[in-house]
Design a protein around this ligand. Structure first.
Ligand SMILES: CC(C)(COP(=O)(O)OP(=O)(O)OC[C@H]1O[C@@H](n2cnc3c(N)ncnc32)[C@H](O)[C@@H]1OP(=O)(O)O)[C@@H](O)C(=O)NCCC(=O)NCCS
Length: 186
C-alpha cells in the first residue's frame, strides 16, 4: 500500500516500498525509497539514491545522485516554526518561508540524524548516526554529535586542515582509535 500522487515525477526503475507517502516531488532513476518514508512537494531526489525507512524529506530539500539516507532521518525547512499567525489563525503557505537544504552527490546521512535547514552537506561527506547538523559540511568529512562536529576526513582529501571555518577549537581531526570499551565498573 502506497500513496503516490499524480504530480510525482518518477524516474526509471524506482523501487518504492509500502506505506510511502509522496506528493509533488521528483525521484531519479534506480532510487530506492524504504517503507514509511514521506517526501513533500518540491523535494528533489537524484539517481541511484537509497532512502531508508521512516525518513522525512520536506519541501526545499535537494538530494543529488548516489546519496545514502539512513533510517528516521529528519530534514527541516523552517527554523522558527509557528502554528498560527499573529492574528491567531492557522498559518498558510503564505505565512512562512521555506529554507532550502542541499545534499551533494555521494554523501551519506546516518540513521536518526536531524539536519537544520539552510545547510549544504558536501560531496561524499558522512553524517554520524543521531547527529544534529547545524552548519555546512565540507566534502569528504565525517561529522558526529549534537551539534555535529568533524572527526576526520575520508576519501582522497585527508588533509589536517580544519574542515569548519568556525569554532575551530571544538573540531577534532584524525582522532580515530582502535576498538574502545566503556571503563570497567562504570
Ligand atoms: C560516524 C561513524 C562513521 C564513525 O565511524 P568511525 O570513523 O569508525 O569512528 P569511531 O567509531 O572510531 O569513533 C570516533 C569517535 O567518534 C565517536 N562517534 C562515532 N560515531 C558517533 C556518532 N554517531 N555520534 C556521536 N559520536 C560518535 C566515538 O564515540 C569516538 O569518540 P571517542 O574517540 O571520544 O571515543 C559511525 O560511527 C556512524 O555513526 N555511522 C553511521 C551508521 C548509520 O547510521 N548507518 C545507516 C543505517 S545502517
Amino acid at each position: 500500500m502506497q500513496n503516490i500522487s499524480k504530480d510525482v515525477k518518477l524516474g526509471k526503475n524506482v523501487k518504492i516500498y509500502d506505506f510511502v507517502n509522496l506528493y509533488g516531488c521528483e525521484i531519479g532513476d534506480n532510487t530506492k525509497i524504504g517503507a514509511f518514508v514521506e517526501i513533500q512537494k518540491g523535494a528533489k531526489i537524484g539517481k541511484n539514491c537509497k532512502i531508508s525507512s521512516h525518513t522525512f524529506i520536506c519541501e526545499g530539500v535537494t538530494i543529488e545522485d548516489e546519496v545514502f539516507i539512513g533510517h528516521n532521518v529528519t530534514f527541516i525547512n523552517d527554523a522558527y516554526p509557528k502554528a498560527v499567525t499573529d492574528g491567531g489563525n492557522l498559518q498558510t503557505e503564505n505565512d512562512w518561508e521555506c529554507t532550502a537544504t542541499l545534499i551533494r552527490r555521494g554523501a551519506s546521512i546516518g540513521s536518526s540524524a536531524t539536519l537544520m535547514c539552510g545547510i549544504t552537506v558536501g560531496e561524499k561527506a558522512l553524517v554520524g548516526a543521531g547527529s544534529m547538523v547545524t552548519r555546512d559540511i565540507p566534502p569528504n568529512t565525517i561529522v558526529v554529535g549534537n551539534p555535529a562536529r568533524a572527526i576526520r576526513k575520508i576519501g582522497k582529501d585527508k588533509s589536517n586542515e580544519s574542515p569548519f571555518s568556525r569554532s575551530e577549537s571544538s573540531v577534532r581531526i584524525n582522532q580515530r582509535r582502535n576498538k574502545r570499551s566503556y571503563p570497567a565498573g562504570a
